[in-house]
Design a protein around this ligand. Structure first.
Ligand code: GAL
Length: 666
């Protein structure tokens, strides 16, 4: 595949020339400016269905032909989109069955976008047929580089057809109603079904408290999106097998199991909109790094794309702050440092009307390139051009962190302990942060991915264990791995049915050498602490009450009726070790604990010296990225002499980073 055989760092933008057809000079000027800004790829056709098929069966591809031809002539490639994210009005009005129904059953009217039913055979037929036309028309077009399938798949539909499909899906999963009743613990509150036909989707006016059912609904909706995607890409695969396929994803959007979805694409891409300058930029950078590490993990370390980002500000926050000068370049470099092969924007040119006219874009309403944003974008273009040899390269990760989509669903859906303050992602971020701050590359993976390549495996709140996961974790530790588990681990199976025989279940009790007998939930005003390494750290929200069953106790609770009982343990199991942290905190303990672990395991770091707060040090291949996310200067000691790829200058002894400054050392 050209895209992969000759990898490139892409510099791109969403381009919506259909909004400018009344003014042909705009297209010409856009192409000229794209060249000037070093743009190498644009996503076209994302929301173009009503311009491509203005009335049923009457198509107008002329304008898109011209756009594709002009792009090709200018050496710019196209990520050609399929238009399914926004059906044309005529379709919704003529075939209302394609529209979604909400959870109370109310059918939507035409409007906004992503309004289509996920199982509508008619909509699937229409999208596949239209995609076939696109592929037939552009399959040999020199501009075509990538299929950008739809836009940000998401949402759910509760129409009668989707409900019937849900029942069919359940029949496939369970075979018989008895198996379903067992999985959903049906005799609770008289919920024993006698027939699949009695089952509905979860609803605020119906059933919504059966956690096994809620999980299955989420799995079903996720599978519907994936089936919709497979249906969309079938003609693309058939007619353009050489063109890779992606869909632009959204952070850790919980509506689709991205760890499953990613397997259906050739390359994953995501839309990256960090809230720079809201609070501490170092925290925003850390949170963004976590998401990049998830995207690198989705396809086992393969490079990914940043499909969208804003070149200046968004329009959908309460306060839409401008990115300060230099932050755009930092953002781009951060993506590259974590494994991205692109920096792309939403969008190329601001539209004059409707909802997004004040959203940041490369070309502003003023229309010329003499703007701060255009200059910064051009600078990113130059950086990407200089760093082409980075494209397609991998990134070694000595550490992995398990962030699992289904586990997130299960944690969100269960009732008990600290319902008010139980969150999964922030806890994962808290364990990821010290690794990020130390410059240790960490890949985020799901429960079903391979654990064996990593020296350290951190699995915060591994509440729901899918089949076989506990066994694989035990094997990992026995073979010499280092595993960190936390409170609320190993509690249920994939139906959210509790394990019997003591938590953490499924043999993890032996691996960790602890039994978590009870879990306490703390009010905000409650005080609890642990003493670790001679320092007292506050404990928050949740505490497992542990018995050491062979594990060494590293810290104990300081207060309450469980004062003096184990809070942090370490157990030797086979050739490896398993740590168990019994509680949640606000980060002080997590940092101290993880820093100690990093020291003890001597995890490889790109630079040996201390890293100032707010600076990220990440290695990808031979390059070491130094990124200062704060608006104050920073200095780092260097062990050797390097060349800064951004300037070509020599750096020795110390790296001096200006506010929002960056270096790429080789
Ligand atoms: C994305 C979306 C784009 C645009 C952008 C604005 O979520 O894919 O089409 O709306 O947000 O920030």
């Amino acid at each position: 595949m050209e895209f992969f055989d000759h990898p490139r760092l892409w510099h791109g933008a969403d381009y919506n020339p259909e909004q400018w057809r009344q003014d042909p000079a705009v297209l010409e000027e856009d192409i000229r400016l794209m060249k000037q800004a070093g743009i190498t790829i644009v996503s076209v056709g994302i929301f173009s269905w009503s311009d491509l098929e203005p009335t049923e069966g009457v198509c107008d591809f002329g304008w898109l032909d011209e756009v594709m031809d002009r792009l090709a002539a200018a050496g710019i490639r196209a990520a050609l989109a399929t238009p399914s994210a926004a059906p044309p009005p005529w379709m919704a009005v003529r075939y209302p069955e394609i529209l979604r129904a909400d959870e109370r059953g109310l059918r939507r009217r035409y409007g906004v976008r992503q309004q289509h039913c996920l199982t509508s055979p008619l909509y699937r037929e229409k999208t596949a047929a239209f995609n076939r036309r696109l592929a037939e028309r552009y399959k040999d077009h020199p501009a075509l580089a990538l299929w950008h399938v739809s836009n940000e798949y998401g949402g759910e539909c509760f129409c009668p057809r989707c409900q019937a499909e849900f029942r069919r899906w359940l029949k496939d999963r369970y075979g018989g109603i008895g198996e379903l009743n067992a999985a959903w613990w049906g005799s609770f509150w008289s919920h024993r079904y006698s027939d699949f036909e009695e089952i509905s989707a979860p609803s605020p006016v119906g059933e919504n408290l059966v956690s096994g059912q809620n999980l299955d609904w989420k799995r079903f909706v996720s599978d519907c999106h994936i089936a919709f995607f497979d249906n969309e890409i079938a003609p693309l695969r058939e007619l353009t097998p050489q063109i890779p396929v992606t869909a632009n994803l959204m952070n850790t959007y919980p509506g689709i199991d991205y760890q499953k979805f990613a397997r259906h694409m050739d390359i994953v891409s995501w839309d990256n909109y960090p809230t720079w300058h809201r609070g501490d930029n170092a925290v925003v950078a850390q949170q963004t790094a976590f998401i990049h590490d998830i995207y690198r993990g989705l396809r086992d370390g393969q490079p990914f794309l940043v499909m969208e980002s804003t070149p200046s500000q968004v329009n959908w926050h309460g306060v839409n702050k401008l990115q300060r000068p230099g932050v755009l370049r930092l953002s781009a470099l951060q993506g590259l440092a974590h494994g991205s092969d692109s920096m792309q924007y939403f969008q190329w040119r601001k539209g004059r009307g409707s909802h997004e006219k004040y959203h940041g874009a490369v070309v502003d309403h003023v229309g010329h390139p003499h703007t701060r944003v255009f200059r910064e974008v051009s600078e990113v273009g130059a950086v990407l051009a200089r760093m082409q040899s980075l494209a397609g390269t991998g990134k070694e990760s000595p550490a992995a962190l398990i962030y699992d989509w289904e586990n997130e669903w299960a944690i969100r859906g269960m009732n008990g302990f600290n319902n008010e303050r139980r969150t999964y992602q922030p806890v994962c971020e808290r364990y990821h942060a010290p690794l990020w701050r130390a410059g240790i590359s960490t890949i985020c993976i799901g429960e079903e991915q391979d654990f064996t390549p990593y020296r350290l495996l951190v699995a915060p709140m591994l509440y729901m264990l899918k089949d076989g996961v506990a066994k694989r974790l035990a094997e990992y530790v026995a073979a010499g791995g280092n595993l960190v588990l936390t409170y609320m681990s190993g509690m249920t199976d994939s139906h959210d049915l509790c394990f019997r025989g003591g938590f953490p279940g499924e043999g993890l009790r032996q691996v960790c050498g602890v039994w978590a007998e009870e879990t306490d939930a703390l009010y905000e005003e409650d005080r609890q602490s642990v003493t670790f390494g001679g320092v007292s750290y506050p404990v928050r929200r949740s505490c497992d009450l542990l018995h050491a069953e062979g594990a060494q106790v590293l810290a104990a609770y300081d207060r309450d009726f469980y004062a003096g009982t184990p809070a942090v343990t370490c157990n030797r199991y086979g050739r490896g070790r398993a740590w168990y942290v019994g509680f949640d905190d606000d980060g002080a303990f997590t940092s101290a604990f993880m820093e100690e672990l990093i020291r003890e395991l001597d995890l490889p770091r790109p630079l040996p010296g201390p890293i100032p707060y707010g600076v990220s040090v990440q290695q990808r291949g031979e390059r070491i990225f130094l990124l200062n996310f704060l608006d104050s200067p920073a200095r780092l000691p260097l062990p050797a002499a390097y060349t800064d790829e951004l300037t070509g200058g020599r750096v020795e002894g110390e790296a001096q980073l200006p506010p929002y400054g960056a270096m790429v050392l080789i």
